[in-house]
Design a protein around this ligand. Structure first.
Ligand SMILES: Nc1nc2c(ncn2[C@@H]2O[C@H](COP(=O)(O)OP(=O)(O)OP(=O)(O)O)[C@@H](O)[C@H]2O)c(=O)[nH]1
Length: 199
């Protein structure tokens, strides 16, 4: 029987509790949204296969608990990830400031060449915005990573963000060959960002 996919990429979402990691994954994997907040206990994952440049990419998306008390469990999963999505909430300044701590955690726990992506979620609630988009754009530029403002609720940029990450991982793996995932190049080029456009 033919293989159902060409590549399997493991992707991890991290960020403060309540920023919307679970909702982003549910939007991406099931195209659904639920406003009831059930905080993630430990770790969980969902799967979706996407088509990138004619290749079937199976994305195994790991959802981590943002709460401090689960840190020992969740950081154990960093090592196997080929992509890590850092999420903050545009209405919660603290969650944005904590991005640098999450970055530090990646440095300490993930493989050296892991592909990173910054998301400012909940861009549907513009009237409660605390973090200007330009601030996050600047930060992403400093880190040399992509940035999108997203809304899991209104389905803004979710598809785009996951696809961009999958494409970046694919480009890295095809450049280096599938066996050298752990030693991927750290220097990623300056990347464009995605504006939050609610249609
Ligand atoms: N308005 C709005 N609310 C959102 C959005 N995404 C998530 N939420 C709400 O924010 C709350 C937290 O969402 P979760 O996805 O559970 O947050 P989390 O980051 O997984 O939280 P932990 O599991 O505790 O780490 C829920 O009440 C969601 O309904 C969004 O894009 N817009």
């Amino acid at each position: 029987m033919a293989k159902a996919y060409d590549h399997l990429f493991k992707v991890l979402l991290i960020g403060d509790s309540g920023v919307g990691k679970t909702c982003l994954i549910i939007r991406f994997a099931e195209d659904n949204f639920n406003s009831t907040y059930i905080s993630t206990i430990g770790i969980d994952f969902k799967i979706r296969t996407v088509d990138i440049e004619g290749k079937k990419i199976k994305l195994q998306v790991w959802d981590t608990a943002g709460q401090e008390r689960f840190k020992t469990i969740t950081t154990a999963y960093y090592r196997g990830a080929m992509g890590i999505i850092l999420v903050y909430d545009i209405t919660d300044e603290k969650s944005y400031e904590n991005i640098q701590n999450w970055m530090k955690s990646i440095k300490e726990n993930a493989s050296a060449g892991v592909e990173r992506l910054l998301l400012g979620n909940k861009c549907d609630i513009e009237n409660k915005r605390k973090v200007p988009m330009e601030r996050a754009e600047k930060l992403a530029k400093e880190y040399g990573i992509r940035f999108f403002e997203t809304s899991a609720k209104s389905s803004v940029n979710v598809e785009e963000a996951f696809n961009a990450l999958a494409r970046d991982i694919l480009q890295k793996t095809s450049k280096r060959g599938p066996s050298s995932k752990a030693q991927l190049d750290m220097k990623s080029p300056q990347k464009r960002s995605g504006k939050c456009l609610l249609l």
